[in-house]
Design a protein around this ligand. Structure first.
Ligand SMILES: Cc1ncc(COP(=O)(O)O)c(C=O)c1O
Length: 241
């Protein structure tokens, strides 16, 4: 049999193995101190005052982001024809409709010249995808979004640490940016993702909704200055919009 050419072999060293073993020994097998550290380090790396919320996949992150900005039944979300299925799948989870804009054959990213024609009164958000880490024309996309009062959620599953005009993807003026740490991505946790936003209300909503609507995660409940088992399940209440 001919040798199989692997698509992306993860680069896992002794340091990573030691961290996993330490986690197993620590008793924190769920979202805990290392997740907090990762979120803080990631937010600091992206800079510009963003908050970072760790999730179990970019798919979950995109789902949370769209929910937080008010995508729901009878709304439309514009995205690209050339992406992984997750980008449009999450729009359907929320009962909304994905609207596809064709790509520019030179970049494989959304053709911004065709974007405005796809906007209707039901459009709520644009989800550009930075295919293979090549940033979309974010100046044009953000300008169109502003002109039409639309939200922008960047699917940056491939785009760590890509930059647009010298700024890291994640630090631009979009409402939310979502990264993937799936096994084939540039930063790997096996399965995982990060939601990044400048908007504290969106960050708060994503934090609550990533944990079943519970207002205090286990780490907070057991490590705060007044540890308590008590929590509230706060949704359904409206999201940030
Ligand atoms: C463009 C794009 N968006 C979203 C995703 C979903 O990422 P995840 O596997 O972390 O859910 C992927 C995964 O490959 C992707 O390529």
């Amino acid at each position: 049999m001919r040798d199989f050419l692997p698509y992306a072999v993860p680069d896992v060293g002794e340091e990573e193995i030691a961290e996993v073993v330490e986690s197993l020994r620590s008793g924190w097998l769920t979202t805990g101190p290392k997740t907090k550290r990762f979120e803080n380090d990631f937010a600091e790396f992206v800079g510009h005052g963003v908050e970072a919320i760790a999730v179990n996949s970019a798919t979950a992150g995109l789902h949370l982001a769209l929910e937080a900005i008010g995508v729901g039944p009878d709304t439309e979300v514009i995205t690209t024809t050339y992406t992984f299925t997750a980008t449009a799948e999450v729009v359907r989870y929320l009962g909304a409709h994905p609207v596809f804009v064709d790509i520019d054959p030179d970049t494989l990213n959304m053709d911004v010249a065709q974007l405005e024609a796809a906007i209707t009164p039901r459009t709520r958000a644009i989800v550009p995808v930075h295919v293979a880490g090549l940033p979309c024309d974010m100046d044009a996309i953000l300008a169109i979004a502003k002109r039409h009062g639309l939200r922008v959620v960047e699917d940056a599953a491939h785009a760590l640490p890509a930059t647009w005009r010298g700024k890291l993807i994640g630090a631009l003026d979009s409402d939310v940016t979502v990264f993937s740490f799936y096994a084939t991505k540039t930063l790997v946790t096996g399965e995982g993702g990060m939601v990044v936003t400048h908007d504290h209300r969106i960050a708060k909503r994503c934090r609550i909704m990533r944990l079943h609507g519970i207002d205090r995660d286990a780490f907070d409940r057991y490590t705060s200055t007044r540890p308590s088992w008590y929590y509230e399940v706060v949704p359904p209440v409206s999201s940030t919009t």
